[in-house]
Write a protein that binds this ligand. Sequence first.
Ligand SMILES: [Zn+2]
Ligand SMILES: [Zn+2]
Length: 459
Amino acid sequence: MDITFIGATRTVTGSLHLFEYDNQKFLLECGLYQGHREEAERINRTFPFKPKDIKAVILSHAHIDHSGNLPNLTKRGFSGPIYCTPATKDIASLLLLDSAKIQEYDIEYLNKKHKRKGLPLKEPLYTVKDAEQTIKHFSAVNYEETFEPVKGVKTTLYDAGHILGSSIILLEADGKKLLFSGDLGRKNIPIIKDPTVIENIDYMILESTYGGRTHKSSEGLTDEFRGIIKKGRQKNGKIIIPAFAVERTQILVTMLKNLYEDGSLKDLPVYVDSPLATNVTNVFRDHPECFDKETYQIFVDGDPFNFAGLYYVKDSEESKSLNSQSGPMVIVSASGMCEGGRVTHHLIHSIEKDSTIIVMTGFQARGTLGRKILEGADKIWIFNEDYKVRAKVYFMGGLSAHADGGDLLEYVKSCNNGRLKKIFLIHGDIEEALVLQRAIQTAENVDVDIPQSMTQVNV
Ligand SMILES: [Zn+2]
Ligand SMILES: [Zn+2]
């Protein structure tokens, strides 16, 4: 089998890997590269292969850095199946439509500027129509059911414990086994199961997002959250929680449900204000097969994503009406890095008040508004207006959906029963990958490579 590492090499975004077996080409992932506009344009708009030559795609999970360039692939001639779990199919469908709307909107905005300056107009990377077309190609396969995306390559998906429906991809051909980790989760995170350990493998392609870091423990997280809620109540203001629509919002809701049940929320209303997060939550309810034991039990007895005092905000009128309401309340809203979505409106109305609390719950990329708020900026800009930051900002670490350096090493150790020959580290900045490479090579007798983009290997 020949592998060409294309995207998410020495970086975390734009996952894309080309496989060739017996003259049949297939892809693992087809993610969107997210970064500076010109660079992202160049990378996302060009494939170093002919899309019509690709027989199939295997998708590890719904996140846009893994799935987000699929509509462009179909637009350019790919017509094969896209294999993934049923939950990934449902979440990715929502995310791709959302991404297409953003692509269309961005280009419309850019073209207005171009028109004024007499510059040539641009076409969106893909449209809602392209996304709808792509969704038709999804072919759902359950965990641990073997299928053949191309003749002679047996493929099985196992739970990766990262987000709902996420999978590790195991490929078998000519008696050799290759494991592709996708994004690997952590043990004991709420809602979903732990990552599956798979032994007797020859090769591993492993993510390394946090290869050089140690996450804050998830223990004590509920106590930390309870403490923040208490402070918010004392201040009598809004508690605004920017959150990713997939997984993070649902985890926060289950944590808030616990706080409601132990009396910590009392009559504090909680609003989930993101149409995408609400739709994704409905998908979660459709896939109890992905829940861990605790969440499954709650599902059998009722609804893990609901409690009295929780409101899923529907239209934008309802969302705006929250602005004029005073008094303590919790608002969970997207986007998670405050780059757009309804959370920006809540920030505009509340960030200048010292009664407001902002709780950051996830990774904030460099250059994002969320990062500026987290780093303690005095002043921020939203839609060309400046706002003084008077709100109190908290960071709740320990909610990461990614394995840290220790978890990744532990995972390699559990899978390696002496047969593992080589590991390729992907999906991590070079600094992170180097630390993990050293750690694995010290602990295990395995060769570890950090391929660059367009590196080809034969396994
Ligand atoms: Zn992911
Ligand atoms: Zn990823």
